[in-house]
Design a protein around this ligand. Structure first.
Ligand code: ARG
Length: 247
């Protein structure tokens, strides 16, 4: 069959073709967002997203390369072709979707609150924190930060470079509340919550998490959506979900 000019052009733009040619899928992520991506005791990056990425590379028949990337700059890094895809618990929101495309969602999260135990029973929702006397903490460049600025504007906002450092600020009594995606809060509560924290576990935002890719690449988008649909139905997703999330 003659190769049409349009087909040729499409092949040039297809990240999927580039991955197959290279023999390697490059995934951009930022460890710190438990249980999606984190560093284990041996220094390996592990988690829900990492297992999804492994499954993805396997289905493509290529090797997996994790590109450790600071979350604050993860969208510019994708656009600069530092990697092929963001698999980093990234929330699909309209602002980001103006810059990049998303496949999925593959799971839904939302903002929850790790509250200092001293406020137990007195603060029961994000609304109660909307007062200049409270210090509310989150991580820079995330939807947690956006939620605090938008929905708790009167509180003093304190930003951290890494999730666990932000949450520790509340454990140590320097902050009144840490606002972050519920799955992280659940894991942190179990590990460090102890006698210092209370988890307000009713999410107050709606946050679908997706796979971020560059715009103008319907070939890759189509492969990812069908991959996701397949693993959700054939047990692979369930196995990964049970391993990292369902306790
Ligand atoms: N879902 C939140 C967001 O999109 C937090 C994700 C943080 N991810 C990470 N790998 N540190 O902003």
């Amino acid at each position: 069959l003659p190769v049409l000019a349009a087909d040729h052009e499409l092949a040039q733009k297809s990240t999927l073709n580039a991955i197959l040619k290279r023999g390697e899928l490059r995934v951009g992520l930022d460890p710190g967002y438990m249980p999606f991506e984190m560093t284990d005791k041996k220094g390996n990056i592990v988690g829900f997203d990492v297992d999804l990425a492994k499954e993805m590379a396997k289905a493509m028949g290529v090797k997996l390369k994790i590109v450790n990337t600071d979350y604050d700059g993860i969208i510019p890094a994708l656009m600069a072709d530092k990697f092929d895809i963001i698999i980093s618990g990234i929330t699909i929101n309209q602002e980001r979707n103006l810059q990049i495309n998303f496949a999925g969602p593959y799971i839904v999260a939302g903002q929850a609150i790790l509250l200092s135990k001293k406020h137990e029973g007195k603060i029961t929702s994000y609304k109660d924190l909307n007062d200049p006397k409270y210090v509310v903490v989150s991580r820079i460049g995330t939807t947690g930060e956006q939620a605090v600025k938008r929905m708790i504007p009167k509180a003093q906002y304190k930003s951290f470079e890494k999730e666990p450092d932000g949450a520790m600020e509340v454990v140590n009594g320097q902050g009144d509340a840490f606002v972050y995606d519920l799955p992280f809060c659940v894991v942190f509560m179990a590990q460090q919550g102890g006698k210092n924290l209370v988890l307000l576990d009713k999410p107050f935002t709606y946050e679908p998490l997706g796979f971020g890719i560059r715009k103008g690449d319907p070939d890759f988008l189509n492969w990812l959506d069908n991959f996701l649909y397949q693993i959700k139905e054939d047990g692979r997703y369930e196995r990964i979900y049970t391993k990292w999330i369902k306790s």
